[in-house]
Write a protein that binds this ligand. Structure first.
Ligand code: HEC
Length: 273
């Protein structure tokens, strides 16, 4: 490094101080630290440059915003009107769903409501299966209720109305001697078991009793609708109200053995009591 004469260094420092306004700090700095002195002075210079605010831009013709025109009445009214509140958005969004559910709810009942097998199956599962078992095997399968399968109920009650009466009154439909059903039942007249079957006239509708009677006869016991021409799956499906009206007449016969079901229009009139 070449030696720079002391007086030249001093002059340079003075010039620098005069230019930057840095003053003594830079002037006193030894030769080696000169760049550091410059760096310290720089921010001051920047500050100076940024100091005075730039003058506002001169307005031009393009910038000229025309004076606001008065709104026409319709627009003014629209502006005054309150906006739809933000919470209404989800409600509006869900309207189609509501419309769909509404239409679905008021739609006529689904097909199957006239089907005694569907109704009877549900009634049976909720009221009878506990004692007679789901498949109707009853005591044969370990249940406490009588067996309903393999034509058992068809043999006990040749007339479905006698069976409907039995379901309506349970063991209260037995004779004082403890027998129930057809006296000339193939295989012998039926006798009450230890458990007494409850009646369902109070807890099931006549329509439900009609349906479960048909379900047990035709689905669980293997009965043929042709053997019950006046009271079967087809007559019920065609006119559930008529089937219910028939069962209502059966219920009106009251509890007790040997109800006079033959007197009812709809009886198969072949009961061999
Ligand atoms: C608490 C148990 C119990 C319930 C619940 C019950 N049963 Fe019974 N059921 C019996 C018993 C026990 C008998 C045999 C007669 C008796 O001892 O009362 C019987 C007999 C019958 C018979 C006569 C079968 C035959 O061929 O001798 C039919 C039909 C019948 N039940 C249908 C039904 C139907 C349908 C329901 C439901 C709506 C039902 N039971 C609910 C216990 C029950």
């Amino acid at each position: 490094m070449t030696e720079i004469p002391e007086h030249l260094l001093k002059r340079a420092a003075e010039r620098r101080a005069a230019m930057t306004g840095g003053g003594d700090a830079a002037a006193a700095a030894p030769a080696g630290d000169a760049p550091a002195g410059d760096a310290a002075a720089a921010p001051a210079a920047v500050e100076k440059a940024a100091g005075p605010k730039a003058p506002a831009p001169i307005p031009t013709l393009d910038d000229d915003t025309p004076p606001a025109k008065p709104d026409i009445p319709v627009v003014a009214a629209a502006k005054r009107r309150k906006r739809v509140p933000y919470w209404a958005a989800p409600i509006v969004a869900l309207l189609p769903l509501w419309a769909f559910l509404y239409l679905y709810a008021v739609k006529p009942a689904p097909a199957g409501s006239n089907d005694p097998i569907a109704i009877g199956k549900e009634v049976y599962a909720g009221n009878c299966a506990g004692c007679h078992l789901a498949n109707g095997d009853g005591i044969k399968g370990g249940g406490v209720g009588q067996q309903l399968t393999d034509g058992h109920v068809l043999a006990t009650f040749a007339d479905p109305l006698d069976m409907a009466h039995w379901i309506a009154y349970g063991a209260d439909g037995a004779r004082p001697n403890g027998t129930y059903g057809d006296k000339k039942r193939p295989g012998g007249v039926m006798q009450l078991l230890g458990t007494k079957m409850p009646g369902f006239a109070a807890s099931l509708t006549p329509e439900e009793i009609a349906a479960v009677t048909i379900y047990v006869r035709e689905e669980l016991s293997g009965g043929n609708p042709k053997d019950d021409p006046n009271f079967n799956v087809d007559t019920f499906t065609a006119d559930p109200e008529k089937a219910a009206a028939i069962v209502q007449q059966v219920i009106d016969l009251k509890a007790g053995g040997d109800p006079d079901t033959k007197s009812i229009d709809g009886s198969e009139s072949k009961s061999s009591k």
